[in-house]
Design a protein around this ligand. Structure first.
Ligand SMILES: [Zn+2]
Ligand SMILES: [Zn+2]
Length: 253
């Protein structure tokens, strides 16, 4: 398989390897195309986000690497723009649009940081109704894709990260299923050639044993003519293209 990876993080945000280390590792692994990404700028500070000035420093460094290694690998500079992001997107070759937070307009709760954040958010913002939170999450997913004209939909069901064994909600519940189906339909109506990533980052970091999104969601996306793209969401140079062959087969990508 031709290796390419469009979602990873470096020391500019919460990754452990520098952009140069990531590029050298990619060349060694035989990766042909590498999209180096960063978390975005949000006006509130929660782990891993960048300041406006560090966003520009990041883009400048990636563009320098692009020129330096152009004979060995194709490098692109990407941004993982959150629903609440306020990044200047003009500096980037492509956009991954996704959702990391829910909010009541005052407090911001991470949907992928821990069960405590989500439980508190469900209680304080959604009156204890987890399905209302899920509906809002998918509404935001559609909205960020439309606002940014994203090229890739990021970790579409990352809100399941801390839901192993149905700890917070039932993934078979009709309200959950219709929320994600509506979001897929709306996104594909807006941009039929968009990619939905099949993101193995939750596996490499030990949170999940399947990618985002689930096979059921991925099959629905395909049945509606949507395209899938394997990404690693690596936070370390050694997990680039993590388990791509395995999940390419399982998800028939
Ligand atoms: Zn993310
Ligand atoms: Zn990411």
């Amino acid at each position: 398989m031709i290796l390419r990876d469009f979602h990873l993080h470096t020391t500019y945000c919460d990754g452990k390897s520098t952009p140069l280390e990531v590029v050298l590792s990619a060349i060694e692994k035989g990766v042909k195309t590498l999209g180096i990404t960063t978390h975005c700028y949000t006006p509130f500070h929660i782990y891993g986000n960048l300041s406006p000035s560090s966003v520009y420093e990041f883009a400048n460094e990636i563009n320098a690497l692009k020129a330096r290694f152009k004979d060995k690998i194709d490098i692109y500079c990407g941004i993982e723009e959150d629903y609440f992001g306020q990044t200047d997107l003009s500096k980037f070759d492509y956009v991954i649009g996704d959702v990391h937070y829910l909010s009541n307009g005052v407090d911001y709760y991470s949907v992928d940081h821990g069960q405590i954040d989500i439980r508190e958010c469900v209680e304080k913002v959604f009156g204890g109704d987890a399905y209302k939170a899920l509906e809002k999450y998918f509404e935001q997913m559609v909205a960020v894709v439309k606002r940014t004209n994203a090229d890739i939909v990021g970790h579409f069901d990352v809100i399941t990260k801390n839901n192993n064994g149905g700890a917070i909600f039932n993934e078979g519940d009709p309200r959950y299923v219709s929320a994600w189906k509506n979001a897929v339909d709306e996104i594909l109506k807006f941009k039929p050639n968009i990619y939905f990533e099949v993101n193995t980052g939750g596996i490499s970091r030990g949170y999940k044993n399947i990618p985002y999104p689930s096979k059921e969601i991925a099959d629905y996306i395909k049945s509606k003519g949507g395209k899938l793209l394997l990404t690693s969401d690596s936070h370390h140079k050694d997990t680039l293209c993590y388990e791509f062959e395995k999940w390419a087969k399982e998800y028939e990508i």
